[in-house]
Design a protein around this ligand. Structure first.
Ligand SMILES: [Zn+2]
Length: 477
């Protein structure tokens, strides 16, 4: 039996009952990472939310065909590979492997397909040809553009109209384009760049076309659900729609869901801010379970404001959950206790998740379940104990909030506690504040910068601002 689910569909900005084209089967696509460097925890939000959708759909009885791509041909990759004197394709392949390690550490279940651009070239070239054949693309000197004014309803996802688009675009130097909004489908290779043969000469695809081609290859012309970070809505997703609908002459996707940003010190987390925490470094320090926990503790459409408080709460909750997961295995049915917090927990969590994947709401029910079971562990009825085990399995499988091996999680947390208490200071806490102070200074917020210095000084830490702009710290003896 399939459980009904409501999803907030960004095509019409409404929460709707999800109704896939083929009953019981979901064609689901999520935009994956560009593999040029290690991922940071901002990237982790999109990945874990994509995984949440996948798990919930499966748990609700759907057969899910889930595609998440790797962008392994891209300007950033070429640039980084050049710096490292490495072949770009080889460089990207290294980081595909590194991404996979990060995804495993975040407890993500495998997607059905994880295509790479470098392995989808024939389909990409065919799709560009189809777009040209339908009169919606044109070639100039080996470069192919999508003709935006010819797209049907361009802007229907991001709610931008052609007038505002034209207005917002700076005067372009690129005179090859017929319209300033037109975007690249294929570009000629420059000296030393990777290239593929095409009807328009040696070159490589623009960014947007890969997702259209991969979705079609693995899912078909019209898909049920497409996910990505909210930053991808325009132009990336808008362009995916334009390309697919131009090439295929039918709707591309029926439901669009976007997760909000992860904010760090109330700024969008991005590399340009320099306040990046790599997933790898976070996991090394606290374990992946803590990061997953934080990312699911806020509804995907709400901004997640990163703070020490958020981190500390997660550390505490993850510890409690995994101590409980270990402890519960030893429980015996020894009485007649039962309560609706126990018997109804799975149903309540399911209800929350069926309401636009409300993982935060589901977690709330699980915590009151856990408190109740712990308080009555000596007197649980046979029935209650069976339900307790089922509930734990649900949380493990549908949310991934319980690790199969609780001991590993607890050991990682214990190690962190010991590291922190041996020096008496939490290095990550200080580094975080130093970054925040740097940003405060950059935005001339001297009051906040001073406040941070005092906050750190209160822990007997002295900051030293170096001539090169960096800041180091020492513990005052
Ligand atoms: Zn995409």
């Amino acid at each position: 039996m399939i459980r009904e689910l409501k999803i907030h569909n960004n095509l019409n900005r409404k929460k709707e009952v999800f109704s896939p084209i083929e009953a019981g089967k979901v064609k689901y696509y999520s935009c994956g990472p560009t593999t040029y460097d290690f991922l940071h925890i901002g990237n982790a939000r999109a990945l874990v939310i994509g995984d949440l959708f996948h798990r919930v759909l499966k748990s609700f009885g759907y057969e899910v065909n889930f595609v998440r791509n790797y962008t392994d041909v891209d300007d950033k990759i070429i640039e980084r590979a050049r710096e490292l004197k490495r072949d770009p394709i080889e460089h990207a392949a290294i980081f595909v492997k590194e991404c996979e390690k990060d995804m495993n550490s975040l407890g993500m279940i495998p997607a059905s397909h994880t295509p790479k651009v470098s392995e989808t070239m024939p389909e990409i070239i065919q799709m560009i040809q189809d777009i040209i054949d339908h009169g919606k693309g044109y070639e100039v000197d080996g470069e192919v553009f999508f003709n935006v004014p010819k797209a049907i309803d361009y802007g229907k996802l991001s709610k931008k109209d052609m007038d505002s688009l034209q207005h917002g675009i700076r005067v372009e130097v690129d005179t090859k384009k017929q319209h300033p909004s037109d975007f690249v489908l294929w570009k000629p290779a420059k000296e030393g760049e990777p290239f593929w043969d095409s009807p328009w000469g040696k070159g490589r695809p623009g960014w947007h076309i890969e997702c259209s081609a991969m979705a079609k290859k693995y899912l078909g012309k019209t898909i049920d659900l497409h996910h990505g970070g909210v930053d991808l809505m325009f132009p990336h997703h808008e362009n995916e729609i334009a390309q697919s609908e131009a090439a295929n002459d039918c709707p591309f996707c029926n439901n669009w869901a976007h997760n909000e940003f992860l904010n760090f010190g109330s700024e969008k987390m991005s590399k340009s801010l320099g306040n990046v925490i790599k997933i790898r470094d976070f996991v090394e320090k606290y374990g992946g379970q803590v990061l997953r926990h934080i990312l699911l503790s806020v509804h995907y459409r709400a901004r997640l404001e990163w703070s020490d408080e958020v981190l500390n709460r997660a550390l505490d909750e993850v510890k409690k959950i995994h101590e409980f997961a270990l402890d519960v295995k030893t429980y015996q049915s020894a009485g007649s206790y039962t309560a609706k917090e126990i018997t109804e927990c799975v149903e309540k969590m399911t209800e929350e998740l069926s309401n636009d994947f409300n993982s935060a709401g589901a977690m709330g029910h699980f915590f009151s379940f856990m408190r109740n079971v712990k308080a009555h562990k000596e007197e649980l009825s046979v029935e209650s104990l069976v339900i307790v085990k089922k509930t734990m399995t649900f949380v493990e499988e549908t949310l991934g909030l319980i690790n199969k091996n609780p001991v590993t999680v607890l050991e990682a947390l214990l190690k962190h506690e010991q590291d922190t208490s041996s020096t008496g200071v939490d290095a990550q806490w200080i580094e975080g504040l130093i970054e925040e102070r740097k940003m405060a200074k950059a935005s001339k917020n001297w009051a906040r910068a001073d406040e941070i210095r005092k906050e750190i000084a209160a822990k007997n830490i002295v900051l030293k601002d170096n001539p090169d702009g960096s800041t180091t710290w020492t513990v005052q003896s």
